[in-house]
Structures are given as structure tokens and as C-alpha cells.
Write a new protein. Structure first.
Lengths: 412, 420
């Protein structure tokens, strides 16, 4: 028996990340060199001593499943500790894809019941923050709350969030899901603590309707109906929902706003092309204000960039203001500026990527891609000498041989 | 569980010529190349050669070694039919005592060998840096219908007095054997790598033990030769280093920074244990700061480099502050080097604090007073957990012992060649 069980919502794809989420859920997108988004919530759960976790996933869960493995990297392995992937399944009555976050949890009530917990904590897998959930938990118990929702202040003015009005005593009086004109600047972090019996009742009630999202369909109905409280979190939190925000979050890491030496985030070091069996980084050229992971070989120049494991920057090549994922090779004299480059790409000699046309927005994604960032999908190959203008997206697996790709293009 | 071949890894070595690096740990457990330990090379060679049962014979300060080997998983030697077992000295059996030598250690573990009834036993030592496919050795051993085969490498003659020296005939059969000779008959030295047919080995160990023999090179090989057993030499010509002295250890590390040294661990598939004490596990990637200069160096996870690093090897979690300069040096885990410190040709063990403005590797080149010619090329070694106070000056060929907090003394300067 456990007092509290964790459920992680890891299904979401998030279209705004374009090719980064082409073949993986956002929770599995690499970040800060050696991590994936989900490492942050998993590490938080681990350090908050929440010992049993269910991970709800639906969209292409393979990279996620491999990454989580047995859970040992987050110490979720032992007699009383465990982590379980909970994909959609067919049963006697309910046999369907997850129709929303609430439905995903509803379909896995039996997993929660195994532990007979008094409380359930539900958290999204794709946010960057460090938090001790035990603090929320104490708040929840002190307030004798039925439901506690975590909120943080955000500058982002986009209709992506739930907004809450929280009274001085912590009570949540209003909750609006994705409103046109928010009434406060406290946004939901998609972290909920429920009393288990109340959660089950709410989920069963929700099955009667035809929409099954926690924020929109459950939380928004609760103020005034039960003891629902808002917990205010004031430390670093990033949603990294768009390419711009993802890029900005990486740059904030470079500026030292996120100190991972103190956060002590855990990740799977041995899966796929992670750190496993790699040498320390070999730096023969120049590196300035950059994170260089083990297994990199830098013979050229790296400035203001984050390099995942196994990247080769050949002589004369320059990587500037960029984020490069695992095992990409940047050949001699190639230049990259403000590029997010997915895994296992090959940038040919003398290629120039993102070095011009920063002011020409993307034609297809005008609102999403207009700050001069260029994105190369997984296993992209750029032929020698190719020039690619900024605000361009190249989808995964494409071999680009055209002499020039104009700024703002989309290549599929 | 029946196996064709099993491996015994001799990891008991004291490594006294490595001074304080080997004071708190067995020689095979000494860190190497940033994230490795010396034993990783042999362990990886065994695993890469698909030998999947390994007994690790330990005696001297085995704790860090045992932690490092763990359950064998880093080398994939973990599973229903794959395993690593630590074999420390034990009491309570018919033959049981401290290990008195290499062959004695194996003799006391005949039981372990018998558990797998192997045809052959591979015996290797855990303190050399090399890459070798032991299958080639095994094929050679079988082709020659040998009773035992010894790995041999050519060495400069002046080093012969450190090694077992073999003379071989045209067919590769060993005709003569000298242990650490003053006047060597050849320049083919034993690499400490043997394949024995199990029955031959067992008989030889028993016979030798009755006469008080304890060592492979000194007792077992001469005994087998006297009995006219078929002992062959397998000549190895690739990179191989015995890192038994401070000089050799430093040179071998520096070979990692040269493209033509022959030490290409990129291609060697060398594995290590990334997990213990969060050596890599909890750390983000290495950060190279705004004013940093890193040239021809290796940096590991969790390093924060704000100063200058040249021709050096930096282990996980090392901090090099602004204005500090680290040149031709090897820095182990979690050491902190404060502002404007200057280090040249220094080996620094784990968790050392080098104060601001400290200068190490300055002054004349007097050899070390206690180690003499074994520490005379200008390398200074600083032991684990030492604290070097701000602005202290330390010369060349010095040894600062583990755990010394020099800030408690009124010293300002330590001259070249001194041991503290």
C-alpha cells in the first residue's frame, strides 16, 4: 500500500515543435545535451519519494519506452518501487484509444487501485522544472483539500494554458481553460494532486460526457463544488511548447538560469545513442560558452551551443548559437547559425545553414518560425556546399542536394 | 555451467611505483583517460572477445575495484550464463590464506575454475593499457596444440629487468625463459597474458604449490618448461603499455591526445561503469565558459571550465576557474582549481582543492628524494582530498600525500623533489 501514486501524462505530440515531434512525443524530445523532457518529471518524482509511477503514452511510444526501460535510472526498481508504461489497450467494455488525459487515467484506474493510495499525483511529462512534490502534498493535506492544482506565473500570452484565480488562503475560485482574455497571470502547470476517491468519482462522471481533458472538462468545473486549492510555484519553469520557446529554454540553460549541477536530473545513460561507452569529449579546436557532451570531437569552432553526445565538428566548421542532437557530423568548413539539428544528421563540407535570411518568415509556418531558427529533422543529409536560409524546416530523412534553399522554406 | 574458456583477472597488484595514486586503491582501479579505470581495458577486452565468465582476484585495497566491477553489467557480463565474480582471499577451506603470488591466487581458486569445467583458462592481469582480441590468442593456442601460450611483446632491452623474457624458436615454441634477467637473451617480454589447458594448469599449480611456488613467471612457467610441455609465445605487435610508473602512466594518458600514438580507444569499445557514485550519472555535459580556452584536451561530464586547459585530461566534475591554467596535466574527479592557479605536468587525484594563485610544476628539476629516478621528469603528484592553500608554490617531481590540508601549515613553498 502506498500513500500516493504518480501518473505521468506523456502522450502529447505538440505540432508546434514541427519535425522534432515528427516521430516522437514531446516527452521524448532531447534537451540540454543528454536529457529528454520526461527526465525532469521522473527525477522530480524520484526525489519527492513517489515510488510507483504509471506513464500514460499513446503517440509513438517506442523511444519513450526504451528510454524509461526498467526505471532503474530513476531508482524506480525494487520491491516497493516501480514504473509501468500504460499504453492504450483493449478490454471487455472499454476498448479504445485514449480520448484525452482524463480518459487515459480513467482507463488505468485498475493500475492505481493495485496500490490502494489515498492520493494520486498527476503531472505532465513535457515541462522543465525542479520541484519537490512533497511540498505540494503537505500543502494539500494542511488545507484538507480534495484537489490541488499547481500554478506558476508566466509572461507567455498564448491561449495554451489554464488560468486560475487563487484567494489568499489558497482556495482556487475560478479556473478558465485556454481563455481569450485571461483573468490572472497564474497558469496551470498541469500538476494535480487528487484524493483518490474524489478522482475516481470525477473520472466516472466524466465518462458521461464527450470530452475528456483534465483542465477543460474536470478542473474548470470544480471551484465552488469541492475543496480545490492552488499551489503557487515561483521557481524556473519552462513549457518549451514551440520551436522559439524550445530554443529559448536551451539558451537559458547556457546562460546559467537552469543549474543542472544542483537539480541533479537523472537520465538513461545507456539506452540507444546516449552516453554509453563514449569517451570524454575531445576538444582540439575552439569552444566558447557551450556545453560539450562526452563522445564529441571538436576540431572546428563551437560558440554558444549545446552539443549532445557523439557530435563531430570537423576542422574549419563553425557551430554558432545552435542546438545539435546526438551523432550528427558537421564536415569541414560548414557553418551553422541558430540551427536545431536532430540526431544522426550529416552536414556536408562548406554547407551554410541558417546564416542568412533571418527576417524572412517561414511561408508555411508564418507564426511559428520567424525568428531566424532553422530546423533539420532526424537523419537529414545536406550535400557539400548547399546553402539553406533561415526559418527553414527540413523534415526527417531527407537528402538535400539543391544548391540553395531559400529562407522560409519547408522541405518534406 | 560448462564453458570452453573462462578468464581469471589478476587485480591484486600493489603498484608501489605509482606512489600515492595507488595508496588508497589497487593499481587496476586507478583512474585513466578521464572516465576510465585501468582495469576497464582488460575487462572490455575479455567482454569483446566473448569470454563470458570472469573471476577477478583481488587482495590489495579492493573496495573501489569491487564497486567498480559491480555485477559486471557495464561489460554485459551479467545474465544467466554470463558473470563476473570477485574472488578475494578467504579462510575456512583446505587451502586458504592470503594470496602469496599470482599462481598462488589462482591455485586457491581452483574450485571456481572447476565449476565451469573449461577446456582452457585465460589468465590476464588488470593493469595494462591495450586492446587485444583474445580469440586470436585462443586460435593460435589451438593451432599450435599448445599446453600453454604466453602473450609476448618486444620491449627495449634496458627494460628487460622488469619482465619475464622468453626465447622462442622458429615455430613459436618457447625454448628458454628468464624472469627479470640482468642479461636478457631476447627482447620478447611477457605481457602477463596466458592461456592454459585446464588440466595442465591444475597439475602445475598443485606441483608448484607443494614446492612453495607462488608465481606464474617465477615458478609455473619454468616448471612446465622443465617438464617439456608445449609452451608457445604469441607475438603481439600493437599498442601495449605497462603503466607501472608515474612516468609511464603520464605518457600513456598523453597518448590519448595524440593522433599517431596507436592508442585509439574510440575504436576499442572500452567500457566503464558510469554509475558508481554518480560519476557521470548525475552530471550535465561539460561546460566550456565564455573566456575559456580549451586546446587538445579531453573533458568529461560535469566539468565547468572557465580558464585555460591545454594538453590535459579532465575527469568528471572538475572545475577550472577563471584565469586558471592547466597544462600537460591529468586531473581526477571533482577537483577544484581556483582562479589564476597555474599547473604544469601535474597529476591530481580526486576531490583536491587547488587554491587561487597556486603555482605547481615550477622551479628546478631535482628528482624526487624518495622515488629517485622513478620521479625525475618533472611530474608532480597530488593525493586525494588534499587542500593546497592560496598562492602556494610547489616545484617539480613533488609528491603531496592524500588528505593533507596544507592550509594548516605555515608553508608557502615546496621545493622540487620533496615528498610531503
Amino acid at each position: 500500500m502506498n500513500e500516493i501514486v504518480g501518473m505521468i501524462l506523456a502522450g502529447g505530440r505538440v505540432d508546434e515543435l514541427l519535425t522534432l515531434t515528427e516521430k516522437r512525443p514531446k516527452a521524448a524530445v532531447p534537451i540540454f545535451g543528454i536529457y529528454r523532457f520526461i527526465d525532469f518529471v521522473l527525477s522530480n518524482m524520484m526525489r519527492s519519494r513517489i515510488d510507483n509511477i504509471g506513464v500514460l503514452s499513446q503517440f509513438r511510444p517506442y523511444s519513450l519506452m526504451r528510454h524509461i526501460g526498467t526505471g532503474e535510472h530513476w531508482d524506480f526498481i525494487g520491491r516497493k518501487r516501480g514504473i509501468r508504461m500504460l499504453p492504450p489497450y483493449k478490454g471487455l467494455k472499454e476498448s479504445d484509444w485514449y480520448r484525452g488525459t482524463a480518459d487515459a487515467v480513467y482507463q488505468n484506474i485498475s493500475y492505481i487501485e493495485e496500490f490502494k493510495p489515498q492520493y494520486v499525483i498527476i503531472a505532465a511529462a513535457d515541462h522543465i522544472y525542479q520541484m519537490d512534490y512533497q511540498n505540494v502534498f503537505e500543502f494539500h493535506k494542511k488545507k484538507r483539500a480534495d484537489v490541488t492544482v499547481c500554478f506558476t506565473r508566466s509572461k507567455i500570452k498564448k491561449p495554451w494554458f489554464g488560468y486560475g484565480i487563487i484567494e489568499k488562503n489558497g482556495r482556487l475560485v475560478t479556473y478558465q481553460e485556454k481563455p481569450e482574455k485571461p483573468l490572472s497571470d497564474w497558469i496551470s502547470m498541469t500538476i494535480y494532486i487528487f484524493r483518490t476517491d474524489i478522482l475516481f468519482d470525477l473520472l466516472k462522471e466524466n465518462t458521461q460526457t464527450d470530452s475528456h481533458e483534465f483542465g477543460r472538462d474536470i478542473i474548470s468545473q470544480l471551484p465552488g463544488q469541492c475543496a480545490i486549492y492552488g499551489y503557487k510555484f515561483c521557481d524556473y519553469w519552462s513549457y518549451a511548447r514551440t520551436i522559439d520557446l524550445y530554443y529559448e529554454t536551451n539558451m537559458e540553460f547556457l546562460k546559467g538560469k537552469i543549474n543542472l549541477n544542483t537539480w541533479q536530473v537523472c537520465t538513461n545513460l545507456i539506452e540507444g545513442c546516449a552516453l554509453r561507452d563514449r569517451l570524454p569529449a575531445r576538444i582540439e579546436g575552439n569552444a566558447t560558452n557551450s556545453y560539450i557532451s562526452d563522445g564529441c570531437i571538436v576540431k572546428g569552432t563551437v560558440v554558444n551551443s549545446i552539443l549532445s553526445p557523439g557530435i563531430i565538428v570537423e576542422k574549419g566548421a563553425a557551430v554558432i548559437d545552435s542546438v545539435i542532437f546526438h551523432n550528427t557530423v558537421i564536415k569541414g568548413n560548414a557553418r551553422l547559425k541558430r540551427v536545431i539539428c536532430d540526431k544522426i544528421c550529416e552536414i556536408g563540407e562548406n554547407a551554410e545553414i541558417g546564416t542568412y535570411g533571418a527576417k524572412t518568415p517561414s511561408i508555411e509556418f508564418k507564426n511559428l518560425l520567424n525568428t531566424g531558427i532553422t530546423i533539420l529533422g532526424k537523419e537529414t543529409k545536406i550535400a557539400p556546399g548547399v546553402k539553406i536560409g533561415a526559418n527553414t524546416v527540413v523534415y526527417s530523412g531527407i537528402h538535400v542536394i539543391d544548391k540553395e534553399i531559400k529562407p522560409g522554406s519547408t522541405i518534406r | 555451467m560448462k564453458k570452453e574458456i573462462i578468464a581469471l583477472l589478476l587485480a591484486g597488484g600493489v603498484g608501489s611505483r605509482l606512489s600515492i595514486l595507488a595508496k588508497l586503491r589497487a593499481k587496476p582501479a586507478i583512474p585513466f583517460g578521464g572516465i576510465y579505470r585501468i582495469i576497464d581495458f582488460t575487462m572490455s577486452n575479455i567482454a569483446n572477445s566473448k569470454v563470458d565468465v570472469v573471476g577477478v582476484l583481488t587482495q590489495y585495497k579492493p573496495l573501489s575495484l569491487m564497486e567498480h566491477i559491480d555485477n559486471g553489467r557495464p561489460w554485459d557480463l551479467f545474465g544467466k550464463t554470463r558473470l563476473v565474480e570477485i574472488l578475494p582471499p578467504k579462510t575456512g577451506e583446505e587451502i586458504s590464506d592470503w594470496y602469496k603470488g599470482t599462481s598462488d591466487a589462482v591455485y586457491q581458486n581452483i574450485g571456481f575454475i572447476e565449476d565451469f569445467s573449461p577446456e582452457m583458462v585465460l589468465i590476464v592481469s588488470g593493469d595494462h593499457i591495450y586492446y587485444m582480441d583474445y580469440n586470436a590468442l585462443r586460435r593460435y593456442h589451438k593451432n599450435k596444440k599448445a599446453d600453454a601460450t604466453i602473450g609476448l611483446i618486444r620491449i627495449p632491452e634496458e627494460q628487460a629487468h622488469h619482465f619475464g623474457i622468453a626465447d622462442i624458436d622458429r615455430n613459436g615454441r618457447i625454448t628458454d625463459w628468464q624472469e627479470k634477467p640482468k642479461k636478457p637473451k631476447s627482447n620478447l617480454a611477457s605481457m602477463g597474458i596466458y592461456i592454459f589447458n585446464t588440466e595442465i594448469l591444475k597439475t602445475a599449480l598443485r606441483e608448484s604449490a607443494q614446492k612453495g611456488g607462488v608465481d606464474f613467471a617465477k615458478d609455473i612457467i619454468p616448471l612446465l618448461l622443465k617438464k617439456r610441455k608445449r609452451i608457445f609465445g604469441y607475438k603481439f605487435t600493437d599498442y601495449w603499455r605497462d603503466v607501472g610508473t608515474i612516468d609511464a602512466y603520464w605518457d600513456c594518458n598523453m597518448d590519448l591526445l595524440k593522433t599517431d600514438s596507436g592508442l585509439h580507444i574510440e575504436n576499442w569499445n572500452i567500457r566503464t561503469n558510469l554509475f558508481i557514485h554518480g560519476e557521470v550519472g548525475l552530471r550535465p555535459s561539460a561546460y566550456v565558459g565564455k573566456n575559456a580556452r580549451v586546446k587538445n584536451s579531453l573533458t568529461s561530464s560535469g566539468c565547468i571550465i572557465e580558464g585555460t586547459v591545454e594538453n590535459s585530461i579532465i575527469s568528471p566534475g572538475v572545475i577550472v576557474d577563471k584565469g586558471a591554467r592547466v597544462i600537460d596535466s591529468i586531473i581526477f574527479h571533482n577537483t577544484v582549481i581556483k582562479t589564476n592557479a597555474f599547473l604544469s605536468k601535474v597529476i591530481i587525484d580526486k576531490n583536491v582543492r587547488i587554491g587561487a594563485g597556486v603555482k605547481i610544476g615550477a622551479g628546478n628539476s631535482k628528482p624526487n628524494k624518495t622515488l629517485g629516478m622513478n620521479l625525475s621528469t618533472g611530474i608532480t603528484v597530488i593525493g586525494k582530498n588534499a587542500i593546497i592553500p592560496d598562492r602556494m608554490i610547489i616545484g617539480k617531481n613533488c609528491i603531496i600525500s592524500s588528505g593533507i590540508a596544507l592550509n594548516k601549515y605555515r608553508l608557502k613553498k615546496i621545493n622540487s623533489g620533496l615528498t610531503l
